[in-house]
Design a protein around this ligand. Sequence first.
Ligand SMILES: C[S@@+](CC[C@H](N)C(=O)[O-])C[C@H]1O[C@@H](n2cnc3c(N)ncnc32)[C@H](O)[C@@H]1O
Length: 351
Amino acid sequence: MTAASLVARCVHGLEPTVAAEILRRGLGTITHIGHREVHFRASRSPALDVRTADDVFLLAAQGPDVGASRTGAAALAGLAGAADLAALTRLRRDHGGPGALTGVEVSASFLGRRNFTRYDVEDAVGHALAARLGVGYHSRRGGAAPPPGHSGWRVTLDGERATLLLRIAARPLHRRAYKRRSVPGTLHPPLAAAMVAMAGVEPGDTVLDPCCGAGTLLIEAARQQPRARLHGFDLSRRAVTAARENAAGLPVAVARADAGRLPVPDGVADRVLANPPWGGQVTPGGLLAASAGRWWAEVRRVLAPGGTAVVLLPGVGELPLGIRHGLTPVHLQRVRVAGAESFLVRWTAPR
Ligand SMILES: C[S@@+](CC[C@H](N)C(=O)[O-])C[C@H]1O[C@@H](n2cnc3c(N)ncnc32)[C@H](O)[C@@H]1O
């Protein structure tokens, strides 16, 4: 197999996490880290299963960014002309993707203001690719989802470079097959995977999610560390049902409980993972409705001496509350998911 140039796309803020996962798991060597993307040279195939990435693509072609002018979008059709379609087809198959390049669909994004729209870019590149391949092109301009079986292409403009990418898998990697049930405020799975990696879950660790929703954090933890003991709680019956269904077949126990009074002894948890119900999408219920301090007091109580909590917070304003409850923030990482800023915070409990 020829070593392929791959690009992992991710949530903004997780670029170093994705690069670290690629290196730790021996998936490849890093060649470039940019805005929401990590370029790497695959050292084995398939190099697809990067848990902290939204998706993994083959690098199809690159050129200079076309700038802001109206005519820039049309010029990007040149990227389609530069791609080696036969080599891409072979490499995609080698990495576990579908065998043939059937219909074409394109998704574009750019940094900075432009005098063209993403649809102008998508249509210019999509028509050129479809003409070269002799297949149909589905435009996203009308809002309709692409028909199944179309190959997913992506164009990015970062101010310096224009890049054309070809998705390897038939569907985006962040759409996990386990997520059959969802709840409001449910976590983006690659972000949950990044939180698990940040917590450093060890074999035999007891891991608690006090507000587990659909179970995303615990399921990602089971994938990364199958020998951990995983327990989730939520006040909502719907969430408990969703988490149990999503985690079917995995060693994850889920029960209905109030995160302000968890049914577990003091110091039982080596790790706590959570995105608590702050920030608007979900309102805190039960004992948390009156006081967020109650949540921090419970996290402090259940954590073992020297234990670690990784918590997703909507802002840094809540850090003093965690500190007042005896926890020490030791790492802070800003991430941007679907346009909203949040903070991943790793805390330790005193020994
Ligand atoms: C942001 S969601 C968590 C999403 C979850 N991490 C996922 O990926 O699906 C917050 C959760 O807190 C739960 N919640 C609200 N108040 C609670 C309480 N007092 N005790 C336990 N869970 C509570 C909500 O039912 C909701 O499922």
